[in-house]
Design a protein around this ligand. Structure first.
Ligand code: GLN
Length: 552
């Protein structure tokens, strides 16, 4: 069970999901950390999937890869960005993950012949994981966000864990309910009743909200605050208005304006006036929404499609945020346009010409065949027209295929991901991946997490990072085929980053004389971009994009 003195904040959802619980949790982390506390954050997702790696990002959002390679939900990315810290695997749990461990232990006789019961053994395992994460981070405060909403059947076991922890340590556990307060168009008035029902559902599982954060399009008025307080059984000052903001990075600042930090510290008896240090954050948040600065306009070319822009921005969340951080650093406002690569396939010269109006082009990570020829055409167009280009993972592999086809004149160059018996498999499956694929072992088997790369002197990559050895996060099964490296280099492609043994190509680029910025990474730099430390490659890409703009 929990150690005395550790503090736990559970963040749960009322009424409906998708109203920004992840941002609320991240923002609470940000303000508590700014007061000198050590904070860690845990995400609980109630599904059976052991991790998020096997889920479709256009339906479930981005798969965020942790440093240690665990494939998680995009909220983990938000926590890392708001806390400015790497989080380990233990900080992410799903029902599948929890049961997997319990079943493993049961098979190993670790329950010593006892019945293993859903209650209390499952919540006890949840609490054990919370403890391990807390210890690992040496945290003063652990934030635990329970995905979805209170009323969901599949969340009961996690809410039971919260209840058990609170029963043992009433002084050390706080429950924050993030609720949605709608303003139905035909009524035109803010309605608190759904929140009241949600608070009762929470009472039904033995928990009482200590704080209610009321998400709405606009701020709550005093009357609504009062209603929520009296009917949900909480102090009026603990009903916090959380209206829509211009940017998610304003949320911690708004919470501070409402003195949420002070109230949380009081409720958790973390006494002593602690100074906040949100000055750098606040400077960044201001820059991120500064509409007075010039725009830099970036095309993201992908196979989107049938899903509409709303979901898309979720599928590439870290890429978008990475662009924002570097743009803010360079005093620019990014304008992102989604370009459907299917529209760029051969014969659509007009659509390709359309790329000229952008200051830079990105082809992000991806899998499979759909729209791939259009992406390759976009890359060719960016190379020939000297439009700054940044390829992320698949975007690097396709950049190398394009170079092989059009410069090396290997017309049939391809990736074996798409063409198994390719005549010129410039991108090929990694040796250790072959067996996984043959055995249909897809979950958690890609090349995942952080690997080191050495950067060659005199390259753009080296100049951007300003160091020789970097560590970046990966998620792929295919790689640049070592058999083609010499030929590609002879034709002018520079492999500016490689694995320490020189076998795996980690970064490909063209020389500055050839192109203002044509660079691709086998890894995903976006996973390590942070508001207060933008990623150097995104920054250099945007710098090149800005200078193209000036020239125009
Ligand atoms: N599909 C490619 C691979 O598996 C690229 C993956 C990615 O872009 N994340 O290697």
């Amino acid at each position: 069970m929990a150690k005395e003195g550790h503090k736990y904040i559970f963040v749960v959802g009322g009424v409906m999901s998708g109203v920004g619980k992840g941002i609320v949790s991240s923002s609470l982390g940000c303000i508590l950390k700014s007061r000198g506390l050590r904070v860690t954050a845990i995400k609980i997702d109630p599904y059976i999937n052991v991790d998020a790696g096997t889920m479709n990002p256009t339906e479930h959002g981005e798969v965020f890869v942790l440093r240690d390679g665990y494939e998680t939900d995009q909220d983990m990315g938000n926590y890392e960005r708001f806390l400015d810290e790497d989080l380990p695997e233990i900080n992410y749990m799903t029902t599948g993950r929890v049961y997997q461990e319990i079943i493993r232990r049961e098979r190993n006789l670790e329950y010593r012949g006892k019945n293993v019961e859903v209650v209390p053994d499952v919540p006890l395992e949840v609490i054990r994981r919370i403890e391990v994460a807390t210890e690992a981070a040496k945290a003063d405060v652990t934030l635990i966000e329970i995905g979805g909403t209170i009323g969901e059947y599949q969340n009961i076991i996690f809410l039971e864990a919260a209840r058990m922890l609170k029963q043992q340590h009433p002084q050390d556990v706080v429950v924050v309910m993030v609720s949605y307060v709608p303003i139905p168009i035909n009524i035109g008035e803010m309605k608190t009743k759904p929140t009241q029902y949600a608070a009762r559902s929470l009472n039904g599982v033995g928990l009482q909200a200590d704080f209610i954060l009321a998400r709405a399009e606009v701020a709550l008025d005093e009357k609504r605050k009062g209603k929520i307080a009296i009917f949900c059984n909480i102090e009026p000052s603990h009903v916090i208005s959380a209206p829509d903001t211009k940017s998610i990075y304003d949320v911690p600042l708004n919470f501070e304006k409402d003195k949420l930090g002070d109230m949380l510290l009081d409720t958790l008896s973390l006494k002593g006036k602690r100074r906040t240090s949100l000055a750098r954050w606040s400077k960044f948040a201001k820059a991120a929404t500064d509409k007075s600065v010039p725009e830099v306009s970036i095309a993201i070319v992908g196979k989107y499609f049938d899903s509409g822009n709303f979901v898309l921005s979720d599928a590439y969340l870290s890429v978008i945020e990475a662009i924002k951080f570097s743009a803010a650093k360079l005093n620019r406002q990014p304008k992102i346009t989604w370009v459907n690569s299917k529209d760029l396939e051969k014969g659509s010269a007009k659509a390709l010409l359309g790329l000229k109006k952008f200051h830079g082009v990105i082809v992000p990570g991806g899998f499979g065949e759909s729209g791939i020829e259009g992406k390759i055409e976009a890359i060719r167009f960016a190379r020939e027209n000297k439009i700054p280009y940044f390829g992320l993972c698949y975007g690097m592999q396709l950049m190398v295929i394009e170079y092989a086809r059009n410069v090396l004149k290997l017309k049939n160059a391809h990736t074996t991901e798409i063409q198994k018996n390719s005549e010129d498999p410039v991108v090929d499956v990694m040796l250790e991946q072959k067996k996984h694929l043959a055995d249909n072992k897809y979950g958690g088997t890609m090349r995942l997490g952080v690997y080191p790369a050495y950067l060659k002197k005199g390259t753009m990559a080296r100049a951007a990072y300003k160091k020789e050895l970097v560590e970046e996060r990966h998620r792929h099964r295919y790689e640049i085929n070592p058999k083609y490296v010499k030929q590609l280099e002879a034709a002018g492609l520079i492999f500016s980053g490689t694995s320490p043994d020189g076998v795996l190509m980690e970064i490909a680029e063209l020389s500055r004389e050839e192109h203002p910025f044509m660079l691709g990474t086998q890894f995903h730099p976006e996973f390590q971009a942070r508001p207060l430390s933008p990623h150097p490659l995104f920054t250099e890409f945007l710098r090149a994009a800005i200078s193209r703009k000036r020239k125009k």
